[in-house]
Design a protein around this ligand. Structure first.
Ligand code: BGP
Length: 463
C-alpha cells in the first residue's frame, strides 16, 4: 500500500505495562510485599480515591484474554515487567515457583500469538524487605538486584531476546528522594545522588551477567524518560539553566549507560555542591565496559526551563530546582488532566540527539501516551470516542517518521498502554488504554483508538 507515512519493515507496534500497575493479585500465590503494597497500607489517602495496587487490571488472572486483545489490535511486540517481589518474595533468596509458572506461561502465550515479549526487570517496585535495608542506597541491594537479574536471564533467556535493566531509573530518585511522590518519601539531594549512582552500577552489573551468560541473539538495554530541556530564550542565563536541567535529568543516566562515562560538567556540579556519592574501586571500569545494546525512550512531555528568578531560601533543602526555574511557555498545548505539555516535535529532537551525539544507538519509543480523566463522557454508541488520543499518537508518529527518514535508528513504537491501568498515586484517575477497563466488572471494551491503531499496525503506517 502506498502510504504517506510508511514505517520500516518489521517495525515494532505494541504497548508497555508494568507489573504493579496491571497484575493485581498483590498478595496471592506467595508474592512478597513491595514498596507500593506497603505504602498504600500505611497511607491510603495518598492514592487517588483511595485505590491501591491489590487488584488493578487483574492481568495476573486475565492475561490470556488480554493477549488475544493485543493480537486483535495488531501488536507484534509487548513490554511487561517482572515483579521482583513476586519472583523472589524477600528480594533475595528463595524463588516462588508459582511466579515462575506465571511468567513462563505469559511468555509462551505471547509467543504463541506471534507477539514478541520484551522484559523489563525493574519498574519502580522495590521489594519491601530490601527497601528496609536501604533500597538502592545500599550496595548489598545492588548485588541482590544483580542476582535477581541473573535468575531472570537463566529462567527466561531461552525465549526472550529483548531485555531491559530499568524503566525510567531517574523517577524513583525524583519520587523517593527529592519530591515526595514515591516511598520512602525522603527529601535529600545527597542520598538521591547515591541512589542514582548505585542504579547505574546495578545496570552495569546486570549487563555484565547478561554478557557472561551469552543469551543467544539477545540484546539488553535500558528505558529512559528523555525529556528534552528547552531554554526560554537564548539568553546565556537561560541556556545555562537548561543545560543543568539536562545534566541532572537526562544525561545522569544517558551518558553512563550509553557512553560508559558521566559528563564532566555533571561531576563538577555534583562535586561543587558536596553531593558526591560513595564510589567503590573498579566502578569506573565496570560502567565503561558494560554499556547498553539499545535504548527504550519514554516520551510524554518536554521540560521548559529559565534562569532562576529568586535566591532559594537558604534553610530549605537543596534540590535540583535550586539551579533553574520551570518555564510555562505562553501558548503551550496542555494535557490538562495530567498537567503535562504536549509537544510532538520533542520525539524528533530526542531521536536526532541520539543520532548526532550518541552514535545513533538503536532505539525505539517504549512509552508515549495520553492519560485522560472521566473518559466515559465521550461514549457514543457504546464506545469511547477518543479522537484526542488518535490525534496525539498520529502527530507523534509523524515526527517519528521524519526522524527515521533522516536516518535515526528507531525500530518501533509502543504505546502506554493497551488497557487502562493503575497510575501509581493517581490510581485510576487518568486513563491511558486503547481498551477501556470497567473497574467494577473488569470488563474490557475497545476505544476508538484501538480500531485506529489496528489499521496502522496492519498497514505499517497511515496517510
Ligand atoms: C511513566 C511510567 C509509567 C506510567 C506513565 C504515565 O513515567 O513509566 O509507569 O505510569 O509514566 O504516567 P502516570 O501514570 O503517572 O500518569
Amino acid at each position: 500500500m502506498n502510504l504517506k507515512y510508511k514505517f520500516p519493515e518489521n517495525f515494532w507496534w505494541g504497548s508497555a505495562v508494568s507489573a504493579t500497575q496491571i497484575e493485581g493479585a498483590s498478595k496471592e500465590d506467595g508474592k512478597g510485599l513491595n514498596i507500593w503494597d506497603y505504602w498504600y497500607e500505611k497511607e491510603p489517602y495518598r492514592f487517588f480515591e483511595g485505590i491501591g495496587p491489590e487488584i488493578t487490571s487483574d492481568f495476573y488472572h486475565r492475561y490470556k484474554e488480554d493477549i488475544k486483545l493485543m493480537k486483535e489490535i495488531g501488536h507484534n511486540s509487548f513490554r511487561f515487567s517482572i515483579s521482583w517481589s513476586r519472583l523472589i518474595p524477600n528480594g533475595n533468596g528463595n524463588l516462588n515457583e508459582k511466579a515462575i509458572d506465571f511468567y513462563n506461561d505469559l511468555i509462551n502465550e505471547l509467543l504463541k500469538n506471534d507477539i514478541e515479549p520484551f522484559i523489563n526487570l525493574y519498574h519502580f517496585d522495590m521489594p519491601l524487605e530490601l527497601q528496609n535495608k536501604g533500597g538502592f542506597e545500599n550496595r548489598d541491594v545492588v548485588d541482590a538486584y544483580t542476582e535477581y537479574a541473573k535468575t531472570c536471564f537463566k529462567l527466561f533467556g531461552d525465549r526472550v531476546k529483548r531485555w531491559f535493566t530499568f524503566n525510567e531509573p531517574i523517577v524513583p530518585v525524583e519520587g523517593g528522594y527529592l519530591y515526595d511522590f514515591h516511598y520512602p518519601n525522603v527529601v535529600d539531594f545527597k542520598r538521591a545522588v547515591q541512589v542514582a549512582y548505585n542504579t547505574v552500577i546495578a545496570n552495569a552489573k546486570a549487563i555484565k551477567e547478561f554478557k557472561k551468560l551469552n543469551i543467544k541473539k539477545g540484546k539488553i538495554g535500558i528505558i529512559l524518560n528523555l525529556t528534552p530541556s528547552y531554554p526560554r530564550s537564548n539568553n546565556p542565563a537561560d541556556l545555562k539553566a537548561a543545560n543543568i536541567a539536562d545534566l541532572f535529568f537526562n544525561r545522569s543516566f544517558l551518558d553512563p549507560t550509553v557512553k560508559g562515562e558521566y559528563p564532566k560538567e555533571l561531576i563538577e556540579l555534583i562535586k561543587s555542591n558536596n553531593l558526591l556519592p560513595i564510589v567503590f574501586d573498579g566502578d569506573k571500569d565496570l560502567i565503561k565496559n558494560n554499556t547498553v545494546d539499545f535504548l527504550g525512550i519514554n516520551y510524554y512531555q518536554p521540560r521548559r526551563v529559565k534562569a532562576k528568578a529568586c535566591m532559594p531560601n537558604p534553610e530549605s533543602p537543596l534540590l535540583p530546582d535550586d539551579f533553574f526555574d520551570n518555564y510555562e511557555m505562553p501558548g503551550r498545548k496542555m494535557n490538562v488532566y495530567r498537567g503535562w505539555e504536549i509537544y510532538e516535535k520533542g520525539i524528533y529532537d530526542i531521536a536526532i540527539n541520539l543520532k548526532e551525539n550518541y552514535n545513533n544507538i538503536e532505539s525505539y519509543i517504549s512509552e508515549n501516551g495520553m492519560g485522560v480523566q472521566n473518559e466515559e463522557r465521550f461514549i457514543k454508541d457504546g464506545i469511547i470516542q477518543d479522537d484526542y488520543r488518535i490525534d496525539f499518537i498520529r502527530e507523534h508518529l509523524i515526527w517519528l517518521h521524519k526522524a527515521i527518514e533522516e536516518g535515526c535508528n528507531v525500530k518501533g513504537y509502543h504505546m502506554w498502554t493497551f488497557i487502562d491501568n493503575w497510575s501509581w498515586t493517581n490510581a485510576y484517575k487518568n486513563r491511558y488504554g486503547f481498551i477501556q477497563l470497567d473497574l467494577k466488572t473488569q470488563k474490557r471494551i475497545f476505544k476508538k483508538s484501538a480500531y485506529w491503531i489496528k489499521e496502522v499496525a496492519k498497514n505499517n503506517g497511515f496517510n
